[in-house]
Design a protein around this ligand. Structure first.
Ligand SMILES: Nc1ncnc2c1ncn2[C@@H]1O[C@H](COP(=O)(O)OP(=O)(O)OP(=O)(O)O)[C@@H](O)[C@H]1O
Ligand code: NI
Length: 274
């Protein structure tokens, strides 16, 4: 297999657990992500769709190497065939791997927005990165002067657009977008998704994390159905057509019933997840 044929992202047997101490200082290990595997190929948008609190952001944070200190991770991560260890992540993060975090709290409160969006760059790169930032800001309807503001001076929607601008101007090979659109106006949310598709067409792989199955269906090529820290199945978006008879798992079929066109029927009980 040539390097270029390798998936942009390959997650193998990823588990994430937390070490916790209860009242009596007894140590407990709680696993939140269970031996999960997933690939994202160049040129495709893969949605990870699942309910709130199921561990989707932990998956994103594991990929980016930004899990909290009390987290333990096992399994392997590869980026274009290269092992994603701490050293590789340091080189790739914010460049070939872009991240749109779920929370705008990821912006550094003490640094002007422009510097954060530009990232660390060499003097000779500054001009071209400035031009790219300008382009991205225009696309997301941000005034150029926003670059001179501090995060506390931004509204929630502006902060979100700043994060998106920073991620899409990198010419990344992989974008991990954790719930990128909530809080955005409809037109800007649509623009973001259009932007992801364009980037995918240029060869980028996009991992779109969302609890919105309807959005996942509209935007993604493949959908990984996420439930309680595990991916139940990864299927082409078309598998959700009709009654979802092409789907293997009752939880995925419950998702189909909950779609607006199916009048948001409450998911039926699907018993255990295996
Ligand atoms: N530092 C931590 N210590 C212990 N448990 C944690 C820690 N961080 C997250 N968790 C737990 O991990 C679980 C998964 O959280 P996560 O944020 O990944 O869910 P999610 O699927 O992204 O949810 P949402 O759709 O609401 O964003 C939560 O139950 C949370 O309490
Ligand atoms: Ni989340």
């Amino acid at each position: 297999m040539k390097d270029k044929d390798k998936p942009v992202l390959a997650v193998k047997d990823l588990s994430v657990s937390f070490t916790m101490y209860d009242g009596g200082m007894r140590r407990r290990e709680r696993e939140m992500v269970h031996q999960l595997s997933l690939t994202v190929n160049a040129g495709e948008i893969v949605a990870v769709a699942g309910s709130s609190g199921s561990g989707k952001s932990l998956l994103a944070h594991a990929i980016l190497g930004i899990l909290p200190k009390n987290a333990n991770m096992t399994g392997t991560l590869e980026f274009c065939g290269r092992r994603l260890d701490e050293k590789a992540l340091k080189q790739l993060r914010g460049k070939e791997i872009s991240f749109i975090p779920q929370s705008v709290k990821y912006l550094d409160p003490l640094m002007k927005v422009g510097r954060q969006v530009m990232g660390p760059c060499r003097r000779r790169e500054r001009r071209s990165r400035q031009a790219k930032m300008k382009q991205a800001f225009a696309r997301y309807q941000l005034e150029e002067s926003v670059a001179k503001l501090y995060p506390y001076q931004l509204s929630g929607g502006m902060a979100r657009r700043v994060l998106i601008s920073g991620a899409v101007m990198n010419q990344a090979k992989l974008i991990v977008a954790d719930e990128p659109t909530p809080g955005l106006q409809e037109t800007l949310a649509r623009e973001t998704m259009k932007n992801f598709r364009e980037l995918a067409e240029e060869g980028c792989g996009v991992l779109l994390i969302t609890h919105d199955i309807d959005l996942a269906l509209k935007m993604a090529d493949r959908i990984a159905v996420f439930y309680e820290g595990d991916i139940l199945e990864t299927v082409p978006a078309e598998a959700f057509a009709g009654d979802g008879e092409a789907l293997g798992h009752p939880y995925s079929r419950a998702f189909v019933k909950a779609l607006p066109q199916n009048e948001f029927c409450a998911p039926e009980s699907f018993g255990s997840r295996v």
